[in-house]
Write a protein that binds this ligand. Structure first.
Ligand SMILES: Cc1cc2nc3c(=O)[nH]c(=O)nc-3n(C[C@H](O)[C@H](O)[C@H](O)COP(=O)(O)O)c2cc1C
Length: 170
């Protein structure tokens, strides 16, 4: 299979962008992910995957809890910052709020606080499943979108309607 065309084809599926954060002792972890997704309502489960080559992979396997920060449309700079293997990722970031082990990034569109539920082999990635213990959602903030390898913003405001249009969570 041609990997480049496979990646391009996958890029036809737009996603949001999240930064998953955790603390291990005094160390702060933060990684940009687009692999976040909802998994189960009852029990409340989410999933994401981390590349086995990621510098922080071994720490994620040890994390006792984490926060999924769903980035807002004006937070592409945070996405870029947390998508590089930097030692100073957290420099200048106000992150006073730690819930469980996860760090809340101010301005996120939603935050899911999770306890580890399971980790599975996912080929060249490790698949993490987390149980949501609490969450915050800021309906007035619009999410950052990632599509075809680029950041984008939602055009339509129709998603701001008060009631959920579908009878399911997808
Ligand atoms: C929009 C975007 C989405 C990404 N999604 C993922 C992902 O789902 N899983 C992953 O392992 N890396 C993903 N990455 C790459 C990681 O953010 C990057 O490898 C990062 O350096 C990992 O952190 P570390 O080097 O501190 O381990 C993504 C990068 C970007 C820009």
């Amino acid at each position: 299979m041609d990997v480049r065309s496979f990646r391009q084809a996958l890029g036809q599926f737009p996603t949001g962008v999240c930064v998953v954060t955790s603390t291990i002792g005094a160390e702060k972890l933060g990684v940009t992910i687009s692999s976040f997704n909802s998994l189960s309502l009852n029990p409340p489960l989410i999933l994401f995957s981390i590349d086995r080559r990621a510098a922080s992979l071994s720490q994620w396997a040890q994390a006792e809890g984490y926060a999924i920060n769903v980035l807002s449309e004006n937070q592409a700079d945070l996405s870029s910052r947390f998508s590089k293997p930097l030692s100073n990722k957290w420099e200048g970031i106000a992150c006073e709020t730690i819930v469980g082990h996860g760090i809340v990034l101010p301005g996120a569109a939603a935050v899911f606080h999770c306890a580890p539920w399971a980790a599975h082999d996912g080929g060249d990635h490790l698949l993490f499943i987390g149980r949501v213990t609490s969450f915050q959602s800021f309906w007035d903030r619009r999410p950052l979108v990632f599509s075809k390898g680029r950041y984008a913003a939602l055009e339509s405001e129709r998603h701001n309607e008060a009631s959920w249009p579908l009878a399911m969570h997808y």
